[in-house]
Design a protein around this ligand. Sequence first.
Ligand code: PHE
Length: 556
Amino acid sequence: MKHVLRSLQNQTNSPKKHFHQNTLYQHQTPPSPPIHFLLHLPPSFHQVSCHTASDDLHQTLFSYLQIKRMAEEAVLGFLEKNDEIKDSGDFAAEKGISHEEIVNVIKSLNGFRYVDAQDIKKERWQLTAEGKTYAANGSPEFQLFMAVPAEGISRVELQKKLGDSVFKIGCQQAIKNKWMEMGKSQVSRKVAHVDDNVKEMLVKINDGEALNQEDIDALKRRKLISPLVWKGYSVKKGPNYAPKRRKPATDLTRVNLQSGEWKELQFKEFNFLAKGFPIEGGYLHPLLKVRRQMQMIFLQMGFEEMPTNNYVESSFWNFDALFQPQQHPARDSHDTFFLKEPSTTNMLPEDYVERVKQIHESGGHGSRGYGYDWKREEANKNLLRTHTTAVSSRMLYALAKKPFEAKRYYSIDRVFRNEAVDRTHLAEFHQIEGLICDRGLSLGDLQGVLHDFFSRLGMSKLRFKPAYNPYTEPSMEIFGYHEGLKKWVEVGNSGMFRPEMLLPMGLPEDVTVIAWGLSLERPTMILYGIDNIRDLFGHKVDLGLIKSNPICRIGI
Ligand code: PHE
């Protein structure tokens, strides 16, 4: 409850806190919402119907607001008839309202210039713990005097009677006051009667009575009193004084125009410096932004998009058509997700399947093939495509059926691999793939296109490393120099599709296809400085990251 009150207090005292609806109309120091806040209670206050702690809370909140209203009426009402509240402390006592409450109201009214408040600081004195015991039991010197009988007493016995600390302090002070005769072993009175002035002074301080400076200094030296600073205000009418707080109008309405009320109304000023509220709309995921950039690059380079809207593919198109032998480890269920239902396809182009079988088993077109027993059942198996090159093979086959036409194709879509998930690997990710199909293309053309493509991404230094893919020869891994990270990073894989892949499709002999592929996640992670792929994609993605990430700059 205390907590609720404190936060309410903070809201009502701080002119900087705004209410949402008023953004445009905010006054430089917008009015705090003390009373109408009552009407804006959070919905949970109204909705809870059973009587329990929340009813009590409601009740307390209600009386808190009433007190606040009373305090405000008291201050404004008093100033209506009087020039000044000289001391907020006296005023609070007079009205029977806590000083804290009066101070809160004064601060708030002062913020809106209803009143003009001046600080007053008063130093009061309070008893220390030691001072309190002496105010109750008498000063040590007095206790000591009283403990000494007329005939005197031995030091040892006196100390036993009084205790160490009262004895020690009592002796010092009594000697100073010349109350006592301190012999070697005997203590006796020097005077017949003494007054306990110290106790009297302490009691006076406790009752808030004034003492002269000399006495104060003496008590201070003995650490029997300590200062207590009291802060309050003196209050006069401010430039915006009104006997009642007015809620400034935020809009000029037809009703107040017709009634003439507009003449009297006080309008809130526009606050052109107020920030608007961030729009809570949709946000583009970084992968979508980078995908868009990649698409733009491909389109600018004259590429057409391939239809990739089939996650499920047959082994035939994903592997066999790409001259990937059926014993290849990538075709193992450890690497590839196979479908249970439907587990096989029944839609393969039979004549082409026959030519693929031939090339695997015994070769042709100058190739020796793999020399194994090619099985149709293996090709029929359905899987989640492991690369978008499956789509490229379908597209090239379709192209081969028509009179030849040079093409530039690209795709960016999802692929799946049965991989152990770690900081840089997921079981599904996105591939970017580009290919150019034309007569007489060479490895030099591939390198040239790659230079063009990657320099549009901000990477103009490339290196190539010989690699192996079942479907390309030669094959090259692509490394790019990252100017920001100051190092070479692997950016993709590439090659020229093998004749064993292209000729069974029926493409003319002099047609070559250069192609490359890369993941979408990798450049995105580099661009956004994300080092764990699971922060970018999957169920652990932080939506905050998606809302706050900057507009993608091009330049890996
Ligand atoms: N399919 C390859 C991969 O999954 C990429 C690639 C595409 C390589 C085209 C060469 C040619 O990594």
